[in-house]
Ligand binder design. Structure first.
Ligand code: UD1
Length: 353
């Protein structure tokens, strides 16, 4: 039996489907958080055993762990949120729930494997190279530069423009918001558990995931769902900055396959892995592709020059370690993926109060 925590959510439900399709019995533990769900989850595969409950509740967890040999831990509060009022919720749902999970696994003398849903947000800015000074970590962008529409980070030593390079797993971790801080902490807790128990723990650092069942636009959603929601409402996607910021948009079915690889590989490595397509795109390019696939009457994206202080400029992945050690390579085609995403319904979430 494989337990998928958060298995009713966007990524977790695809992980459950991928496991079921390969014949693995799956149990889902999901609290159906109101921020992510409107009541029941009709998209759930009836072959999965569903348990309504919170990972942070030791009793629910104890029941959910019966007979389990592998865990895909997807349950979390995601996204940037709206302000600092939800910091304690992030810590409870992400850090504390993971601590309860690890404590319960240790008490049960669990001997299987654990896969953690992590995120590229642990890196903060991506990696850069100064033509004169070589590789370096870019500091946060100055508000005055952003206000003057200077979006690309500059070399702190010579002020020259920097070349963005793919971020590798050994890059310095630099979490820049609450969600990112909880993802770093989850990783640290899980790797401490791996060291103490000798069990394999794999952290999958998802890049910008998109695809069917992505939740509708909420303060917790990423840019792909925001653009998709704009188009559904007949409005143009609003591309911030100059639209040339780079991300790696990876299809949710590829992300599910990466989870399956980490859960089923012989001798899974205890390590973090970038889970990405390996083909960076600009946010402007993604907006255009999505608008094109939304139909002839869909409005074209507009580039607004707006910016958000918390945003990083470029972050995209080196998928080399995942290919070498997990045998994972993304296979979903970007254009076809955008076509499917443009046409698949978004998952409804409650209207804001
Ligand atoms: C996002 C998520 C993060 C998740 C990660 C990987 C947020 C805030 N961040 O990080 O939680 O772990 O992907 O899946 O949810 N933009 C626009 N127009 C908009 C909204 C955003 O152009 O309407 C731009 C932003 O300025 C930014 C880029 O799109 O340059 C990406 O934004 P977003 O998806 O929100 O954040 P990421 O940093 O990529």
């Amino acid at each position: 039996m494989i337990l998928v925590t958060g298995g009713a959510g966007f990524i977790g439900s695809h992980v459950a489907d991928a496991l079921l399709d390969l014949g693995h019995p799956v149990r889902i533990l999901d609290s159906l958080l109101p921020a992510a769900h409107r009541g029941a989850a009709p998209h759930l595969d009836p072959r999965a055993e569903f348990m309504h409950g919170d990972v942070g509740d030791p009793d629910a967890l104890q029941r959910a762990l019966q007979g389990v040999i592998g865990i895909s831990h997807q349950a979390a509060m995601v996204g940037l949120g709206s302000d600092f009022s939800d910091v304690a919720d992030y810590v409870r749902q992400n850090d504390l729930a993971t601590a309860v999970l690890l404590q319960t696994l240790a008490a049960n003398r669990f001997s299987g494997r654990l896969v953690l849903a992590s995120s590229m947000v642990v890196y903060g800015e991506g990696s850069y190279r100064c033509p004169r000074h070589g590789p370096l970590a870019a500091p946060p962008r100055a508000p005055a530069d952003l206000a003057a529409q200077r979006f690309d980070p500059l070399c702190p030593d010579c002020g020259d423009p920097l070349d963005p390079t793919p971020v590798s797993e050994s890059a310095r971790l630099d979490p820049r918001n609450v969600y990112a801080a909880t993802k770093v902490h989850q990783e640290h807790l899980c790797f401490a558990f791996a060291r103490e128990t000798g069990l394999p723990v794999t952290a999958l650092r998802y890049h910008n995931v998109y695809g069917p069942r992505m939740p509708r636009d909420t303060p917790y959603a990423g840019v792909a769902s925001i653009f998709r929601s704009e188009l559904a409402a007949g409005r143009p996607p609003r591309v911030f900055e100059d639209g040339r910021q780079l991300r790696d948009f990876v299809h949710v079915r590829d992300v599910a396959r990466a989870n399956v690889a980490a859960l089923t590989l012989d001798g899974p490595p205890t390590a973090p892995f970038n889970i990405a397509s390996g083909r960076p795109r600009t946010v402007g390019e993604m907006a255009s592709a999505l608008a094109r696939e939304a139909g002839a009457r869909a409005p074209a994206p507009v580039t607004t020059g707006q910016y958000r202080l918390g945003d990083v400029r470029h972050v995209f992945a080196s998928p080399a370690r995942a290919a070498a050690e997990l045998g994972f390579e993304a296979t979903e085609d970007f254009s076809l993926g955008m076509r499917e995403f443009a046409r698949a319904p978004l998952r409804g979430t409650p209207e804001p109060a």
